[in-house]
Design a protein around this ligand. Structure first.
Ligand code: MG
Length: 260
């Protein structure tokens, strides 16, 4: 009995040591599909179909862009103008006529979040697009986005990103628990931390010019995301440096790399 107890304690100790080695291993880089998974699936960017493909692939996140119409409706689209219709200067009636090439209507933010919340594995990475009509419109859009996320019950599934730093700070003022990352590449990790943002999500060239920001961000416990990395060698460069996320138009390629 005594021997088996000793054996048990030894094995238990071994397991604890093993566990600590496992936890020392950096977490694998997570895959974010840029505007959904559209490129290899031949569906339109930012469509519900592209979101569904990102979910089916098992991406950590699916990114999409949001604008506000003249009558305060929220729509998912990358560009300010879609099929010659300027979103910010159009009404719901005008935008209802817009059909994506796969026949979907132009998705509203509500429809997009409702589709995304049917599952829990793939996060919804909501980019608030700076308005061409000025800061007030951008901040009004921000308010509506945070409200819509609350109303659809998707707070726990949504992370926010924006090129506009004031938009990032407004999201946090409206929902202090929100995860927010800044896109424009002109803030240091210390500034990002001081303003309570979760992390940075910069163009790959910004990190190449400011490599010291990578260890700084880690030391300050800020998340590191990079866009838009479609080249395998570049994906590996960021994976080797322990990036938390890579945003890509080639989620299939990156998923294969991170799962190796
Ligand atoms: Mg975007």
């Amino acid at each position: 009995m005594r021997i088996s107890l000793t054996k048990f304690l030894l094995s238990f100790g071994f397991l604890i040591v093993l566990q600590s080695f496992v936890s020392m291993k950096p977490a694998a880089t997570k895959v974010i599909a840029h505007r959904g998974a559209w490129k290899n699936t031949a569906v339109p960017q930012n469509s519900l179909a592209a979101l569904q493909h990102a979910i089916r692939l098992g991406c950590y996140g699916s990114e999409f862009d949001v604008h506000m119409s003249a009558d305060s409706g929220l729509y998912v689209s990358h560009d300010h103008v879609i099929q010659n219709v300027p979103i910010e200067k159009s009404t719901a009636r005008q935008l209802a006529a817009v059909k994506l090439p796969n026949g979907e209507p132009l998705p509203t933010l509500e429809a997009y979040l409702n589709a995304g919340k049917k599952q829990k594995k793939t996060r919804l990475i909501l980019e608030i697009k700076p308005s061409q009509l000025g800061k007030a419109h951008s901040l009004a859009l921000t308010q509506k986005c945070v409200e819509t996320v609350r109303q659809t019950g998707t707070r726990r599934l949504v992370d926010y990103i924006s090129f506009d730093y004031d938009v990032c700070k407004k999201v946090l003022a409206l929902d202090p628990k929100a995860s927010v990352a800044y896109l424009n590449g002109d803030k240091t990790p210390a500034e990002i931390k001081a303003d309570g943002l979760d992390g940075m999500d910069y163009n790959q060239n910004v990190y190449k010019r400011n490599e010291a920001w990578i260890p700084e961000a880690k030391q300050l416990n800020r998340s590191l995301n990079v866009w838009t990395v479609n080249d395998k060698a570049q994906m590996q460069w960021f994976m080797e440096r322990g990036f938390d996320f890579i945003t890509t138009d080639e989620p299939e390629v990156l998923l294969e790399l991170v799962r190796k």
